[in-house]
Design a protein around this ligand. Sequence first.
Ligand SMILES: *[C@@H]1O[C@H](CO)[C@@H](O)[C@H](O)[C@H]1NC(C)=O
Length: 606
Amino acid sequence: MKILVLLLLVAAAAAAGEFTDEELSNFPKLFHLDDYDRCLAKKNGVYCLGSFELTPDVQPNPTYDLLKEYSDKRHFNRTRIHRGYCVSSRCPNLLSNNASLRFERCVDEWAQARTLRASINKLHYCRTHADKHAVPPMTDAQRLFLQCVVAIVALNIIGTIYDVYMGDEPEKNKLITAFSIPANWRRLSVIHEGGDPRLTALIPVNGVRVISMAFTTFAHANVFHSCFYTLNPEYLEKQSQRLDAAFLAGGTALMQMLAALACFFTAYNLLIFSQKRDLTFNMLPLCLLKRIIRISPVHIFLVGFAATWWPHLRDGPLVSTTIGIESAACQKKFWYHVFYVNNAVDKTDYCIAPTWFLAVDFHLYILACSLTLLLWRQRCRALKLYVVLFFASCIFCGIVAYFKEFKAFIYFAIPESIRQIFRNEPSFTSFYLSSWSSIPSCFVGLILAHIQFELDEKRIKLNDYKWFRYLHHFTFPFLFIWQLSGQLARNISSPIFSAVYVAFDRPFYCILGGITLLGLVNVDGPLRKFFGWSGWTKLARVSLTVMMFHWCINMMIAARPVAYGTSFLDMTVDWIATNFITYVLAIPITIMLEIPMQKFLGLLIF
Ligand SMILES: *[C@@H]1O[C@H](CO)[C@@H](O)[C@H](O)[C@H]1NC(C)=O
């Protein structure tokens, strides 16, 4: 294994070492931002943001040739530069009423001094002093959102006062006490001992959830440094070739493990319930309703927040081109989110990108729930069927990937694509975010649920089997090692291999995850202790909010009004700040919205 890693490192180093740092330092800056606030503080200030295409001014042009040679898949496109200029102070002698024309000439002048020409590729905006300082009237949507917040807070205050005032009165109205903050806080912070031992055995799963979420947020912190203007894009270019990039890319596989977990819980809970009552397919609408009650309030609330107030909480030259476009997508796709089709319609417009997972999760929930309700009587047959369907769905994904030329994540995790959060990559928007490509993971979850249920029924203790204990401890490191396979795979470009890799990469990871999960639930050992820590359980209770909200917080943090240097440390700082703020804010959202709405609507409907 060590030799393999060493070889990989050498290969990566060789690939990255073609250009010297000195050559790089002669390149025109890829990103530049003038001081936005100072510029627009002046009455005649004009600030423009756009990207430009560089072409040679004189021939021969070694600078340009070098830029062009450098701009391959592994690097940013250096012939396309990004500029935010204070046109009014940088080029005061260029007089024209047309701001964008002034901007273009201004950048062109700069380029001509370097034997290059610059023509505008995309103008994001030109803003004047008046534009920046205009206070737009509050929109109806913004007002509605504020009213919702006020209503939620009011309900909580009423519920709390009522709950405290009534004390231990047995006749308390449950609908009102659903909004009691102390009661909901207890629900969040107190871990109940006892209960069904089969469910308490699942506690380590919470650790898996929280740690997966931490990996995911770290990957996103990396993505955001690629999205905004950095002083040293070389760092991101080198990083995307390194091993840590393979780990980050492995995050997509991690999401599949969470999808499998969700299906596992769906089926397992239903199977346990079937011992009390017979299941029928007519229960499906009720199950779906329960799911919607749990997920939708927070989902709709955060999408509503993003659609209305999010862009107004941060000011700077890059806010409108990043937070702004996601916010616009939230306005446009609001109803798609309500009906959980946001990953199927307008796929390239993301509104809080991680919400794709909620849609996938909901679709897989329907699948897992239906299958379990239909087949719960014939568990053994169902298990065999699921195994067959697992392979069938993998092969289906591979065939579609082959014909549609969908590539594995590691192939298109290149700087220019990451910069645009993969909006331009059909492999990402149509395959990775789609619900059908996650179906294999769902079957892994279903199979696991049946295995675990059989083990309970037959009172088999996996802990007593040496081979399983070894398997469990042996599999765990492979969860990390498997992600490095991407580093090898990305050098092989045959379409067949690519399709096979796409089809089996994530499902295989899921199987590894499944074995780990079975081990965590059934084998006593250090891993179970670690993942079963009660702190994880508490953190896991706010995971729904964290999953969505960290995206908003991280983007606001990364949208600094200047171009900044990036490095592993800088990303880590952003990541820690994001997690801290997100978890702190997730507590009130969970206590005042998620838990009470779930209780309240549950009481109303069931
Ligand atoms: C780089 O950007 C320019 C201008 O947008 C474009 O014409 C060129 O094809 C791009 N090069 C690569 C390698 O993508």
